[in-house]
Design a binder for this molecule. Structure first.
Ligand SMILES: NC(=O)c1ccc[n+]([C@@H]2O[C@H](COP(=O)([O-])OP(=O)(O)OC[C@H]3O[C@@H](n4cnc5c(N)ncnc54)[C@H](O)[C@@H]3O)[C@@H](O)[C@H]2O)c1
Length: 348
C-alpha cells in the first residue's frame, strides 16, 4: 500500500515508519518537524519526506489533493501531543488536532482513502470502573477535548462505504529514535537510572492504560492491513496499572530505587482503566509489557545510546515553549541546530 503518515517524525511515527517499510509499504511522511526529521533521512528512498504543516490542508484543497495523490491509507498522528503542550496555545491545538484532522478526513472520504486516527484513552478523563468504547467520554483538558472532537467528527462523516477508525491509545512507553521523556514510564526510567528515585505526584492511586510504542505502531499497521474495522473506535492498551504499581516494577529492575510522594496543588484527577476486548476481538495482541519496555530504556541510557535524557528536546511542552520564541514558521533553523546535536545524543 501507499501510506501517508502525518506526524511520522514523532515518537510513535519514527518507530512505525520503518515497520511499514519492512512490510513492503511505500510511505509518505508529512511532518512540520518540531522535533526534527533527520532521523528518518536514512530510510530514503522508501520514505518520501515532506516537511509541511498539516494546517495548510484546512484551506488549501489543491495541496491536500497533491499530498493524497496515489495514497491508499492515511495514518494521522500529527498533533500537539500532550496536555501541557496543548495548554500552551489552545488555538493552535484546536487547529492542528481538530480542524486539520477534519479537513484531512473529508478529503480522504472524498477519495475513498482508508483513514486511521491516533486518538487517546485520555478522552475518558475521570471514569469509575472499567470503561469500554461505548462508555461516556469525559475530557478534562484541551488535548482530550481535541481528541473527543475529532472522534465525534469522524463518526459523523462515516458512511456504509467509508469507515474511519480511531485508535484510542493508552500512554506510551519505550525506546524510539525520536525519544520522549515526558511520558510517565519514560520519565520514571530516566529518574530511576540517573537518580535512583521516582517522584509520584499525589497518591499515585490513579489508573492508566499503558502500551509500548512499538505495539502501538503495530496496532496501526494491523488496522491498516486488515478489513477488521467493524467499529469506529478501539481502545488500544496492554496493561492497566496504577502509578503506584509502577514502583514495584521499577524496584524489580533497580532495587536501589526509592519512591518520593509529592503533594501537588495541581492534582491530576485523570483516572481511567480501559477494556481492550474490542481490540483483542479484532485480532490485535500487544506483546511488550512495561517491565521489558523499561529495561530497554534503562539499557539505552546506561549504554550511552541516549546520552542526555534531561534535554528539553525530549520534553514536548518545554521544547514547544522554547520554539514559540522563534515564531510559528521560523523555528526550522533552531530545530535543525538541535537535531544536529541530537545526532550525537541518540545513536540507535
Ligand atoms: N505518546 C503517547 O503516549 C500517546 C498516547 C495516545 C495518543 N497519542 C497520539 O499519537 C500521536 C503521536 O504521538 P507522539 O507521542 O508520537 O507525539 P510526538 O509529539 O512525538 O509527535 C507528533 C509529531 O507531529 C508533528 N506535528 C505537530 N504539529 C504538526 C503540524 N501542524 N503539521 C505537521 N506535523 C505536526 C510533530 O512535529 C511531531 O513530529 C499524537 O496524535 C498523539 O496525540 C500519543
Amino acid at each position: 500500500m501507499n501510506i501517508l503518515v502525518t506526524g511520522g517524525a514523532g515518537y510513535l511515527g519514527s518507530i512505525m515508519v520503518p515497520k511499514l517499510l519492512v512490510r513492503g509499504h511505500k510511505v509518505r511522511v508529512v511532518d512540520v518537524g518540531y522535533f526534527g526529521v533527520s532521523h528518518l533521512r536514512n530510510l530514503r528512498p522508501g520514505v518520501e519526506l515532506i516537511r509541511e504543516d498539516v494546517r495548510r490542508y484546512i484551506t488549501d484543497k489543491d495541496q491536500s489533493a497533491n499530498i493524497l495523490e496515489g495514497i491508499d491509507c492515511i495514518i494521522h498522528l500529527a498533533a500537539i501531543s500532550n496536555d501541557p503542550s496543548a495548554e500552551l496555545n489552545p488555538d493552535l491545538t484546536n487547529q492542528v488536532n481538530f480542524q486539520a484532522t477534519a479537513a484531512l478526513a473529508e478529503q480522504a472520504k472524498k477519495r475513498n482513502i482508508k483513514f486511521l486516527f491516533s486518538s487517546s484513552c485520555s478522552v475518558y478523563g475521570e471514569s469509575p470502573g472499567k470503561v469500554d468504547e461505548t462508555g461516556e467520554v469525559n475530557p478534562l483538558t484541551a488535548y482530550a477535548h481535541s481528541k473527543v472532537n475529532s472522534d465525534r467528527f469522524l463518526a459523523s462523516i462515516a458512511s456504509d462505504t467509508w469507515c474511519p477508525v480511531s485508535l484510542r491509545n493508552g500512554t506510551l512507553y519505550g525506546f524510539s529514535t525520536r525519544m520522549r521523556f515526558d511520558l510517565v514510564i519514560n520519565i520514571f526510567s530516566f529518574m530511576s537510572t540517573l537518580y535512583n528515585e521516582i517522584r509520584i505526584f499525589g497518591d499515585g492511586k490513579q489508573w492508566r492504560p499503558f502500551l509500548h510504542v512499538s505495539d502501538c505502531a503495530k496496532a496501526f499497521i494491523h488496522f491498516a492491513e486488515c478489513d477488521c474495522n467493524e467499529h469506529l473506535v478501539y481502545n488500544i492498551a496492554n496493561q492497566n496499572l496504577r502509578v503506584v504499581d509502577l514502583v514495584r516494577i521499577f524496584k524489580n529492575i533497580n532495587p536501589n530505587v526509592k519512591e518520593k510522594y509529592i503533594d501537588s496543588i495541581d492534582k491530576d484527577t485523570r483516572n481511567y482503566n480501559v477494556s481492550t476486548e474490542r481490540m483483542l476481538k479484532a485480532g490485535f495482541i500487544p506483546k511488550i509489557d512495561v517491565s521489558l519496555g523499561v529495561e530497554e530504556i534503562v539499557d539505552a541510557i546506561t549504554t550511552g545510546a541516549i546520552q542526555d535524557p534531561e534535554s528539553i528536546f525530549y520534553r514536548n511542552a518545554k521544547w514547544m515553549k522554547e520554539l514559540t520564541q522563534f515564531g510559528d514558521t521560523n523555528h526550522k533553523e533552531f530545530v535543525e541546530l538541535m537535531e544536529s546535536m541530537a545526532r550525537f545524543i541518540i545513536s540507535s
